[in-house]
Write a protein that binds this ligand. Structure first.
Ligand code: PMP
Length: 392
């Protein structure tokens, strides 16, 4: 039992209380087995059903076509983008027998880190654009397609990577760039760690979707992957000797996508309790009306919060251009100095917690993931208005 939390942390984030109550029961005694769901073999009948159900429910929620496969792996966003770099480089070698650089669209710290990791791993990679260069040296803007699409045209990339929602900087792609969607040669690889199931997407447009679980869909410890089956085949085709010749690292076995898929996400020990929590979140969302209704609610939540902050332009500073403001992570700072601690303190008195901005950018960030209700956002809206009135 608990009072409904009003926690705006960026992740791990608040989850639906109902989900956690069920999970708590299942941790102790699952389906009357006399054992908890975390205490049984990851290859047992019950565990296999958890894997199957999670896949099924995610497919239903995201309308995932037969061209794509769903799997889960231990880890988070970072293991996600590391493994993407090597698996996708191998896929390109498997498909073409040659190498090409991956292209990274850098719109914030997570896409930048993904690029840096590809480099560190010796996966050929280049930055297609760094959004900082278009915005006075700071993240907070996504350049228009006219400004960068020419760089992609006619050029071969092993894949093009983007982070749909930059959790730290509060920058979100409003939709996938059309010039990439229209180019049938390009595999779009996207990090959806902080926006998966927050809005509807057309899965057929992606080569791979990767998402760490600990924001919209569950506890920390798991990563969801949705991958085009043709890419899986190409990874399998990649010859290890050839990868060595090209200097591309062979992927560690537990992160090798075809191996994981062939073993139904249980090649090694998948944390089945964590996956079960994720499935409970999926079921909860299906019951609530699915992604379309969640998207509508999320839009309203973001709208009222941005409107409240925008209505005090002399008090709140909004660093992100309106065209790419995140619906999940609302980033702002105070124009007056010396008030930051007071803001957090006063918010805390109203039980509005988790509002401190990322250590790299300062200020504040309200993460308003699926589990935060409109009523919770309304409390924050009331607070930001009153705080501005009282401290102007
Ligand atoms: N990508 C995004 C968009 C994220 O928000 C995060 C974490 N906040 C990561 C990757 C890294 O995730 P992890 O800490 O699970 O490695």
């Amino acid at each position: 039992e608990r009072e409904e939390p009003t926690h705006f942390g960026a992740g791990p984030a608040q989850l639906p209380t109902e989900v956690l109550q069920q999970a708590a029961k299942d941790l102790i005694n699952y389906n009357n087995l006399g054992l908890g769901i975390g205490e049984i073999s990851h290859r047992s009948k019950d565990a296999t059903k958890v894997i199957e159900d999670s896949k099924l429910h995610l497919k239903e929620l995201m309308n995932i076509p037969d061209t794509h496969e769903v799997f889960f792996m231990q880890g988070g966003g970072t293991t996600g983008f590391s493994s993407l770099a090597t698996n996708l480089a191998a896929a390109y070698v498997g498909k073409t027998g040659t190498i090409a650089p991956a292209g990274y669209l850098v719109t914030g710290s997570w896409s930048l880190k993904s690029y840096q990791e590809a480099n560190r791993l010796h996966v050929p990679a280049e930055i297609i654009f760094n959004a900082k260069d278009y915005h006075g040296g700071k993240f907070g803007y996504i350049p228009k397609e006219e400004e960068w699409c020419d760089k992609v045209k006619g050029k071969k990339y092993s894949f093009v990577y983007l982070c749909e929602n930059e959790t730290v900087h509060g920058v979100e792609w409003p939709k996938l760039p059309q010039c990439l969607v229209d180019d049938n040669e390009i595999e779009i690889v996207a990090d959806l760690s902080s926006d998966i199931l927050s809005r509807q997407v057309d899965v057929s447009q992606y080569g791979v979707i990767m998402a760490g679980a600990q924001k919209n869909i569950g506890l920390a410890g798991l990563t969801v992957y949705i991958i085009k089956k043709s890419i899986l085949k190409n990874i399998e085709k990649a010859d290890e000797t050839q990868l060595h010749e090209f200097g591309i690292p062979v992927t560690p076995i537990a992160s090798d996508y075809p191996t994981v898929v062939k073993n139904n996400s249980a090649y090694n020990t998948i944390p089945i309790f964590t996956l079960h929590v994720m499935d409970l979140v999926f079921q909860h969302l299906i019951k609530k009306g699915g992604v379309a209704s969640q998207e509508a609610e999320n839009k309203t939540k973001a709208k009222i919060l941005y409107e409240a902050l925008d209505s005090y332009p002399d008090f709140y500073n909004m660093p992100v251009e309106k065209s790419c403001r995140s619906t999940m992570n609302v980033v702002f700072t105070l124009k007056k100095e010396g008030l930051d601690d007071k803001f957090l303190e006063e918010a805390g008195k109203r039980k509005l917690t988790g509002l401190k901005g990322h250590r790299s950018v300062g200020g504040f960030r309200a993460s308003i993931y699926n589990a935060l209700s409109l009523a919770t956002i309304e409390k924050l809206v009331k607070f930001v208005k009153e705080f501005a009135e009282e401290n102007q």
